[in-house]
Each structure stands twice: as structure tokens, then as C-alpha cells.
Design a protein around this ligand. Structure first.
Ligand SMILES: [Zn+2]
Length: 174
């Protein structure tokens, strides 16, 4: 595993010049979701800590765009707008951004875990020794993760060697 990673790194370095920007771009493409989440998280924290005008500016922008939408839903939304205006201004924006950022990070981790475990699906042999992989019982932590990510985690262990892996999927039927 470690050896693999090193040889990959080396091949990156050997690429002709001009690939560093491409490498940079692919990094952004791979992690844009997490980066965006972190930016939102940062803004949220900033808004919560910042006690100056910027808060009310952002709040006013939110409320005015909210109002524009609200007009479409008139009656029901009017009540909601009144409720929104009663909440302490910027704190609301900060809390919303932080909640959105946390949800995005959880979704990002979930998506990554699903994608990473895909090669192991459907009765694949042990990648270390080629022996059969068996389903084993879930640990308490895995059960908690299942609930947190709203996902199915299926742990496997090799019959022969110490290889263990988990398959994360949204399929609940297995
Ligand atoms: Zn094995």
C-alpha cells in the first residue's frame, strides 16, 4: 500500500513541466465540495464572531432575497418572514452557514467512502492474498456511523490473512 503510494508520487514528479497547474486543477476538481463547505463554515464562524456592520449587510441581503421568494408564497411566507426577523440578525446567518457546511462535509465524506469501497463489492477476493472475504459482525462504531450517514456498512474480513475492509453503500437490501 505504502509502496504503491510512493511510486504514484514519483510518477507525478516525472511528468513534463506544465502539469503542475493541471495537477492543481484536478485537486480543486476533486475537493471543490469540501473546499466550498470549509469556506461556508469559515464565513459562518466569521459572522458569528464579527460584531460589526457586515453582519447586518449580509442579513439584509438574505432577508431581501428571502422576501423576493416569499412574495411567491405570500400568506404562509409572510408569517415566516416575521418569525425570521425576530431572530437575532447575523447569528442566524452564521448558524445556517455552519449547519449547511457540516451537512456538506458529512455528505462529502459519505460519497467518498461509497466510492472508495466500490472495488470491493460483489464477492471480490482478498486484495492481499486472493482468499475469500467473509462478512463479519458490525462494531458499535460502525453501527453509529450507519445511523449518522444514513448508509449501510458491511464489514468484511479475510479468511486467511488480517485484511479487513468495509463496504459503504446506499443499498439497504443486502
Ligand atoms: Zn487475505
Amino acid at each position: 500500500m505504502e509502496h504503491n503510494r510512493q511510486s504514484k508520487k514519483r510518477s507525478h514528479r516525472r511528468r513534463p513541466s506544465g502539469t503542475s497547474t493541471r495537477h492543481h486543477a484536478s485537486f480543486l476538481r476533486r475537493f471543490w465540495f469540501e473546499i466550498l463547505a470549509l469556506i461556508l463554515f469559515g464565513i459562518g464562524v466569521f459572522l458569528l464572531l464579527e460584531r460589526l456592520q457586515i453582519k447586518s449587510i449580509a442579513y439584509r441581503a438574505l432577508v431581501s432575497s428571502y422576501r423576493a421568494t416569499a412574495e411567491l408564497f405570500s400568506n404562509v411566507a409572510n408569517g415566516a418572514t416575521a418569525a425570521l426577523e425576530r431572530v437575532e440578525r447575523s447569528d442566524l446567518v452564521g448558524v445556517v452557514l455552519i449547519v449547511v457546511a457540516i451537512v456538506m462535509l458529512v455528505l462529502g465524506l459519505r460519497r467518498r467512502a461509497i466510492r472508495r469501497s466500490l472495488p470491493l463489492l460483489e464477492g471480490a477476493p482478498c486484495p492481499e492474498c486472493g482468499e475469500v472475504l467473509e462478512r463479519v459482525r458490525r462494531t458499535l462504531a460502525q453501527r453509529l456511523l450507519q445511523t449518522l450517514f444514513v448508509i449501510r456498512i458491511r464489514p468484511y474480513a479475510c479468511r486467511k490473512c488480517s485484511f479487513r475492509a468495509t463496504v459503504w453503500s446506499t443499498r439497504y437490501d443486502v
